[in-house]
Structures are given as structure tokens and as C-alpha cells.
Design a binder for this molecule. Structure first.
Ligand code: ARG
Ligand code: ZN
Length: 485
């Protein structure tokens, strides 16, 4: 056995390893290749097996003038098996070198898989450091539903954004790109003079280089799924402050998007409202990034700092992305099939915000869907009953209307069955018990039954898993809607 391996292991581990190895051949335990995906039902190649990342340290250098990115990713991970090789997900870009435990490693690339073969096998339980140096022009990734993610230049070509739901983060940094592997992050971005760089978490430092370039060092102290990582480069107006309970706010609005400032002005108040409804805010920072209009066709709940493309069109949209901080970002899905746990909750949060601020109640939103009343809720006119929220037909449908609208209806059905007190205890308990973790639909249904003491199988069968339009609920509907011909 090579003592470079021994020197990395704690004494009890060495003893255990020697007992294991010398008993048979006297040679090092052989690692085997880590899997190239975590078998997500919709994105089977997303993520990688055999290790879990603890921390990403991304050092990025981006020049909007030529679209070139230079990156160094230092990934600290724990081996979950003996590893002779392991994979990272990376799309496009040139890999200039890979080091594992400071030793040059061999690597090759096939599709979006970067396979790394360390000079020495990694032992199960070992915490190891991988450095990847890479560069090139990062590209957008087209989702199964046709929308764009990955790395996207702003329409004025004066900036760019990295976004990653569901699989776009592989376009701008190598990683274990599946929500089941959450890690902390340091994202450091160097940009030309006059540009700002915004990422997740807290801005630790902003320093000027001798050549005029600016280095922004962002730190995410709480675990984050890689699809929620973001970097925005551009010319922004930055606003900082604190919410009433003291959470630091950092918001950046693209110059020219002045309406964006007013649109996100209520964010601190919304955070406090969310704390009242859902329990403690899960992160040590909040804020928003408003990109130049037309950069993206959607908003995204990037952790601590959701991104909007142009001024958000409604308070509900801001609230939606904020609600994801509890539901999606802190409590993340175990697989992409569980997306309704993100979107159903975030949509329900919009209904609750409306209910608490003099608008239609959640029950009225629910009724509007049943009646197709688009005056009360624009989503009511969509094909929300096209498929059951817990069973999207495929990856193309994970962001489709039933995942949002009917997902929220599932929650209203639960509220109808158990009453307000138990319902809000359930919502808060769910956020608390799975804080900074991952959960599946089965985890939710089991938790809801256990927490409320109600048998909710009819709700699950009919609303969560049932095909076709669910039967109208037993509870009385709004009087004007209950007149039958
Ligand atoms: N999760 C985002 C939201 O609800 C929407 C992402 C849309 N992505 C897509 N591929 N359609 O705010
Ligand atoms: Zn959403």
C-alpha cells in the first residue's frame, strides 16, 4: 500500500483498511467506477454516483465582450464507495486539466460526462479534493420543453446569466448536477471594469484589481442544489438593506429596468410574511436580480436571490420565487418527477398571499380553477387537469400547468380535509423537518397523514395521482358557483 493513501486516513480507518486488505491479497482495496447518473426518472444521466459533494469553490472570470469564461472549480467531495474513477457533468467548454488530491488525473469526455481517473483509487469515506481548470464560451442548454437555460447572454450582449433548472448548470461549471446532491458554495467572479457580478448568498468582498477588473466573492453558507446556483454579470443598480427581522438584502436591477426596483421593493416584507406562514427563513441572505427584459422567458428561484427577466409583472411572481426558498430550495425534490412539491407549494403560497392581503382566498382560487374563471386566477384557464401533478408524462411536462395549478389544488384539498390549524402545522412542519434536505412525493403523503392524523388517501388517489379531471370536492363551494342547471 502506498503511504500517500495512508497519510490521508485517520488511524482507525487505517487499521480497518489494513485488516481488510492484508487478510486476503495484501494489496489495496480496488475502487470501481462511480455511476454516470443517479437514475433520475426524467434525467437519468444527471448527477453522478459514488460520491457526494460537500463544497464547490468556483473561481470564474468572464468577459462579456467576447463571451469567454475561464473557470477553476475546486470540488470537495466524500467518496461513498471505493472509486477508481468518477464522473462530473459538464456541457461544452474545454477542460485544461484535472487534479485529484493535488495529483494530475487522467480524464475523458463523452457527451455531458467528464470522467476523472485519479492517480490512486479513492477509499470509501474519503474526503477528496478535485480541481478542474476549464474555459471557453459557455452555451445555453435547451430544455425538453423548449425553454433556454445554462449560460445565456443578455439581449443587449452587455452581460450574461447562468441558470440551471433542471440541468443547465453543467453549461457553466462541472459538478454533480442533480438536486439530490446539495453542497455549500463559494462563487468568485472577476469581471471587467464597470461590471457587477451577482451570485448566491452573501457578498464577502468586492475588490479592485490593478488592471481595473472587479472581483466579487460570494458565499453560500447553507446547502444548495446545483440547479439553484446562479451568476449574473452586467450593469446593475445595487440596493442593500435588511428585512425587519434582520436578514441582509442584496438586490441588483439591470440599469434601464427601473420598473424592476418598484416591483421587488416589497420583497423584505414578503420575507417576513413567509416567516409567519412557513416558519424560519432558511437562508442567511435574500434579495433578487432583475435582468434586462428578454433574457429569459421565465423567472427562477435561484437560492437566496431569485432572478427575473425584466421587471416582475406582479407581486405574486415575486412572492412565488420567494416561497420557493422554503419549498424547492431548502426542501428540495429527490427527483425531477417530484417537481409539484416545488411548484404546487409556490403557487399555493401565491394564493395564501392573496388571501392575507385582501385578494381572493385560496378556496376562491381553487374554485376559479374548477370553474375556469380566469378573472380570479389567470391559471384557471390552463389545461391544469391534463395529467396528475405527481406523475408528469415526461421531462417535457415538469414545468407544465398541472404541476403548478393542480399541485396547489392538492394542498387546498388537504386544507379542506384537515382544517386550518392542522394544515398550517403541516406546512411549517414539512419545511422544518426537511430543512436543507430532499424529499419525495411519498415522503410528503406519509408525512401529511402522520402529522394531521387524517386518512388522506382519497385526496392522493384523486388529486395527486388520478388521471383525468378530479371529482368536485365534498366541501361546499362558493355559493355563486354551486348553482346547478
Ligand atoms: N421554476 C421556475 C418557476 O416556477 C420556472 C422554470 C421554468 N423552466 C422551464 N424549463 N420551463 O418560477
Ligand atoms: Zn415556481
Amino acid at each position: 500500500m502506498d503511504h500517500r493513501v495512508l497519510s490521508r486516513l485517520a488511524a482507525p480507518a487505517v487499521a480497518a483498511l489494513l485488516a481488510l486488505t492484508t487478510g486476503c491479497t495484501g494489496e489495496t482495496v480496488q475502487g470501481r467506477p462511480g455511476a454516470s447518473g443517479v437514475r433520475d426518472p426524467f434525467f437519468p444521466k444527471a448527477g453522478n454516483g459514488g460520491y457526494q459533494v460537500e463544497h464547490y469553490s468556483l473561481d470564474l472570470d468572464y468577459d462579456p465582450a467576447d463571451g469567454q469564461l475561464h473557470g477553476t472549480a475546486v470540488i470537495t467531495a466524500r467518496a461513498e464507495q471505493g472509486l477508481s474513477s468518477f464522473n462530473l457533468d459538464l456541457s461544452g467548454l474545454d477542460v485544461e486539466g484535472v487534479w485529484v488530491q493535488d495529483e494530475g488525473a487522467r480524464f475523458n469526455r463523452t457527451g455531458n460526462e467528464l470522467t476523472v481517473r485519479p492517480a490512486e483509487d479513492l477509499e470509501r469515506g474519503e474526503v477528496f479534493r478535485t480541481e478542474v481548470d476549464y474555459s471557453g464560451r459557455p452555451r445555453p442548454v435547451t430544455d425538453p420543453d423548449g425553454s433556454q437555460e445554462g449560460w445565456i447572454a443578455t439581449p443587449d450582449d452587455a452581460g450574461a446569466v447562468g441558470v440551471g433548472e433542471p440541468v443547465g448548470s453543467m453549461a457553466w461549471f462541472p459538478g454533480n448536477h442533480h438536486p439530490s446532491d446539495k453542497a455549500t458554495y463559494d462563487i468568485t467572479v472577476t469581471v471587467p471594469k464597470g461590471y457587477e457580478a451577482v451570485a448566491n448568498g452573501e457578498l464577502r468582498s468586492r475588490t479592485q484589481e490593478d488592471d481595473g477588473r472587479t472581483v466579487f466573492a460570494w458565499h453560500s453558507a447553507e446547502p444548495m442544489a446545483s440547479y439553484l446556483a446562479t451568476v449574473a454579470v452586467g450593469k446593475f443598480k445595487v440596493t442593500t438593506g435588511r428585512t425587519a427581522s434582520g436578514i441582509p438584502v442584496y438586490s441588483a436591477v439591470a440599469r434601464g429596468e427601473t420598473a424592476g426596483e418598484a416591483a421587488i421593493a416589497r420583497l423584505p416584507e414578503m420575507v417576513e410574511w413567509g416567516i409567519g406562514r412557513f416558519g424560519p427563513y432558511p437562508f442567511s441572505a435574500t434579495g433578487a436580480t432583475v435582468l434586462p427584459a428578454g433574457t429569459l422567458r421565465y423567472a427562477l428561484e435561484t437560492q437566496t436571490r431569485p432572478v427575473f427577466s425584466g421587471a416582475p409583472g406582479s407581486a405574486e411572481l415575486v412572492l412565488h420565487e420567494l416561497a420557493h426558498q422554503w419549498f424547492g430550495d431548502s426542501v428540495s425534490p429527490k427527483s425531477w418527477k417530484d417537481m409539484w412539491l416545488n411548484e404546487g407549494f409556490a403557487t399555493y403560497a401565491e394564493w395564501l398571499w392573496s388571501e392575507d392581503h385582501g385578494g381572493p382566498s385560496a378556496q376562491q382560487h381553487f374554485d376559479a380553477y374548477l370553474d375556469g374563471d380566469t378573472e380570479v386566477d389567470a391559471g384557471a384557464g390552463s389545461d391544469w387537469d391534463a395529467f396528475p401533478p405527481a406523475a408528469p408524462p415526461g421531462p417535457k411536462e415538469i414545468s407544465a400547468s398541472p404541476v403548478y395549478g393542480r399541485g396547489a389544488m392538492v394542498l387546498q384539498r388537504v386544507r379542506q380535509e384537515v382544517g386550518d390549524e392542522k394544515f398550517f402545522a403541516l406546512v411549517r412542519g414539512w419545511a422544518a423537518d426537511h430543512r436543507h434536505g430532499n424529499a419525495s412525493t411519498a415522503d410528503f403523503t406519509a408525512y401529511a397523514q402522520q402529522k394531521t392524523g387524517h386518512d388522506l388517501r382519497e385526496v392522493w388517489d384523486e388529486w395527486l395521482y388520478g388521471k383525468g379531471r378530479p371529482k368536485a370536492p365534498k366541501t361546499p363551494k362558493a355559493p355563486e358557483a354551486s348553482t346547478t342547471p
